[in-house]
Design a protein around this ligand. Structure first.
Ligand code: 13P
Ligand code: SF4
Length: 304
């Protein structure tokens, strides 16, 4: 049954000239039929170079918006119209314009998990895999880093010479993991390396053997000589790794690490979106695209 749906998707993909981009938090049966899978940074770069005229984003809304900003001439469809990232909705343009007034002269660095509209008033975007590299290259020492204060704290620790201004905000899923859970997991699985996403709170990150984006965590686990790992990010990453490395053992850091928004899109949603039955075409004004693109282009320039 799953194979039948997958085969129909593969057929339609060719017929309709659609590139399927899937974030690594998506289920395995979708990853198998995607043209490209990766973290937020890799997906945004891929969106720019994909030869197809149509892009189907299997992820959350800000990822589809980023594709549209980078490829305004392409038709970009979000596979499930209700798949949003709660963090991306936490801060809006009006709030950040006010905050900018309080910290005049600061460079505004926006995590890519923000709306297209908010990006229009920011200077440069970062992703979890590129944040440290990009912030290091910014000449200004005064940085307003939004919206994730946990990723911001991690970047601040790596670059103590700069002053990062942080606001309360972040991923409710990653931030729900407690230090106690990290300590208990390490005590339970004494031979396992703890790999953590920087959206987790600093008290969890400080116990990690490795800190990185979703793709960086996967690469680390695949290439490491270690045989056992505790995965401190969305549970799909542990599942994909278990498929790819059957000789290794992967544990979840916490069973709270489930992003319901990423899990909204099913294989059938992908098929129906390709048929035009469900899904949502991303429409952004020319003004939003031009202004938001500046900070995404800057991210690609500094992060490349
Ligand atoms: P990555 O940049 O690691 O893909 O993370 C995106 C995200 O939403 C993490 O929660
Ligand atoms: Fe947003 Fe967190 Fe889900 Fe990532 S895991 S998409 S940051 S809610």
């Amino acid at each position: 049954m799953i194979k039948d749906v997958q085969n129909e998707i593969l057929k339609l993909k060719k017929e309709k000239d659609i590139c399927i981009l899937a974030h690594s938090y998506i289920g395995h049966e979708i990853i198998e039929i995607a043209d490209f899978t990766g973290d937020s940074y890799a997906l945004s770069v891929k969106a720019k170079s994909a030869p197809q005229k149509n892009i189907l984003m299997v992820g959350v809304r800000f990822m589809a918006e980023t594709c549209k900003i980078l490829s305004p001439d392409k038709k970009v469809i979000l596979a499930h119209s209700e798949a949003g990232c709660p963090m991306a909705e936490q801060m809006n343009k009006e709030l950040i314009e006010k905050v900018k007034g309080m910290y005049e002269g600061a460079t505004v660095v926006a995590y890519i998990n923000t709306t297209a509209e908010l990006k229009t008033v920011c200077d440069v975007c970062v992703t979890s895999s590129s944040a440290v590299k990009i912030v290091k290259q910014i000449e200004n020492d005064k940085i307003l880093f939004i919206p994730d204060c946990n990723l911001g704290s991690y970047v601040q620790e790596q670059i103590p010479d700069k002053k990062l201004i942080l606001l309360p905000g972040g991923c409710p899923i990653h931030a729900s993991v407690t230090e106690e859970e990290a300590i208990k997991a390490k005590e339970k699985y004494t031979n396992a390396a703890l790999l953590v996403h920087p959206e987790c709170i600093p008290d969890v990150v400080k116990h990690a053997d490795f800190v990185g984006s979703t793709s960086a965590i996967m690469e680390y686990a695949k290439n490491s000589d270690n045989k056992e790992f505790i995965i401190g990010t969305e549970i799909s990453i542990a599942e994909h790794l278990q498929y790819e490395c059957p000789d290794k053992i992967f544990h979840y850091l916490s069973d709270k690490l489930v992003c319901r928004n990423m899990k909204k899109t099913t294989l059938c949603d992908v098929l129906n979106a390709m048929k035009g039955i469900t899904g949502e075409e991303i429409i952004l004004s020319d003004d939003t695209i031009v202004k938001a693109r500046k900070c995404i282009d800057e991210m690609i320039r500094l992060g490349g």
